[in-house]
Write a protein that binds this ligand. Sequence first.
Ligand code: ZN
Length: 673
Amino acid sequence: MVLATASVAAHSPATAQQAPAEPAFAYTDESFADIQMLRYKVEGFEGLTLKQKTYIYYLQEAALHGRDILFDQNGRYNLRIRQLLEAVYTHYNGSHTDAFYTQLGEYLKRVWFSSGIHHHYGSEKFLPAFKPEQLRQALQSVSPALLPLQAGQSVDDMCRELFPVMFDPSVMPMRVNQKDGDDLLLTSACNYYAPGITQQEAETFYAQRKAPADPHPVMTGMNSRLERDPWGSLTENVWRTGGLYGGAISRIVDNLLKARPYADTPEQQHVIDLLVQVYRTGDLRLFDTYSISWLKETEGLVDFTNYFTETYGDPLGLKASWEAIVNFKNVAATRRAQALSDNAQWFEDHSPVAPEFRKEKVKGVSAKVITAAILGGDLYPSTAIGINLPNSDWVRREHGSKSVTIGNLTDAYNKAAHGNGMDREFVIDDATRHLLAQYGDLCDDLHTDLHECLGHGSGRLLPTTDPDSLRSYASTIEEARADLFGLYYLADDKMLELGLTPNAEAYKSQYYSYMMNGLMTQLVRIKPGLQIEEAHMRNRALIARWVLEKGRDKRVVEMVKRKGKTYVQVNDYAALRGLFGSLLAEVQRIKSEGDYEAARRLVEDYGVKVDANLHKEVLARYERLQLKPYKGFINPVYHAVRDAQGHITNVTLDYTESYDEQMLRYSRDYSGL
Ligand code: ZN
């Protein structure tokens, strides 16, 4: 799956005209520990019909009601630990600026973020900075009614039970342990198997249930917890209405049924009916039927997933964590991609490559871009920017899959990147920074569209050329070809004519940022002393350094020093376009003729080696920006406006809720377990 190359509509002229008064919005929010919180904008929501908005409203309710399922799946003490922390956080009678309260807040924010006490990415347990004794004292001053006390338990009993889980590094150290040789179930803290069940037992249990020659095998075990019955035999406790997690699931089902009348298409209603049946029965064969109906439903504007989906959280890879997303098609981005696709032949005919290497008949590809409306379960707050489902091998093989990129999340990452100090540190002057701020995102998206929709599909091999002749250099050359196609055409009058770029200056933002990235800033992803390995990075270095060198005589682009720091300076954008065109012609020739030696020279001479001094300088400058390695999202708040009869007359969005307000509200309003 290639999920990193999303094409996005954020500020295209097509959306600008319909934008009403903007709600208060900022892309970045607070940060804590190793995490930066972001917000995403549900661009285009105001323009949807009332029916669609109402549909999304109930679907997002369904997406939020499963939140506690994931906390419990991630560890059997997580919900109780969250509850006691929240009780202290909201009822602490000491100073809210003292060290204990600050440390408690930070720990709770991490627990919320990870849906538990283990790191969301690394899965290792993180420890509070405060002392057990401080927490015990604080708990004594909170009303016991607010605490997760079990029958007959005193506060001290509860502390004795839960404190080792929180404070002792040797208790439940990993959520998912994958170390070869260990018993992966006994050493993992995740809650998919009851305590004491060994890996051997679970593997035997599921091996016995595998139908030997079933061409359409269900994903056995994916929606249940494996437990031991009173007689010691293993049994599955299925996640369904009336079963395990039934409290949350019945609320999910309620909201799916409320959403049903507002679906875009009868096929979507059928999808909901099947999903509700799956939630009620836990029937995995029915789940496959549901998946097939879901992936074939492509007409509706709004779409969603809401079920047990990915199995990364189970060391045996069987049990699926609960997740949900509601989204709708980004019409502007799809239209933009369509405009390029529709003109694919024009672009092919006018490209700077030699005529014998051009395609006589070319077909553009349009990619589907979606706008996320809500994130839930294992997609919240940390999330994917692309989705490719379902996961069943045989369903994918026989029926295909739905693959989408989530444009507004990519956009939020981009926007956050602008505010993070990189531009201030690495862009040469205010005028260029201004250019990037104005057109950077738009042209980035357009470049991605040109790359994906036209670049890869353009050109042709000579009839005598072996398609594998470039061997290990093939992917770098192929990415360079698609990138160069995009760079060359971004500056073309055709883009203006199609209404894709706003003026003849905008393309310069992409030219500058591409050169800065290829020559300098992408080096932050490489450890000191290493060279460039990854194909996309090699391609960017190759292009940037080749044009730097070929334009040296005419000083098209230069590396300059200001106050001891290195910057990229572009002196002649028109000449830079000419160089991109020349390199495109050469790269296409290499590919069309299968010229291995030329590919090798190009990549090895320009795309691999790192200037050690420049690398050191870039890393030091980056280090000082102190950027957070992990990011997650705060959801927007949906308000249903109702008339006297309770009918929804409008749905509005609010982006002002803070991270802790949101988490506390979710704990209050969406706890069904
Ligand atoms: Zn590509």
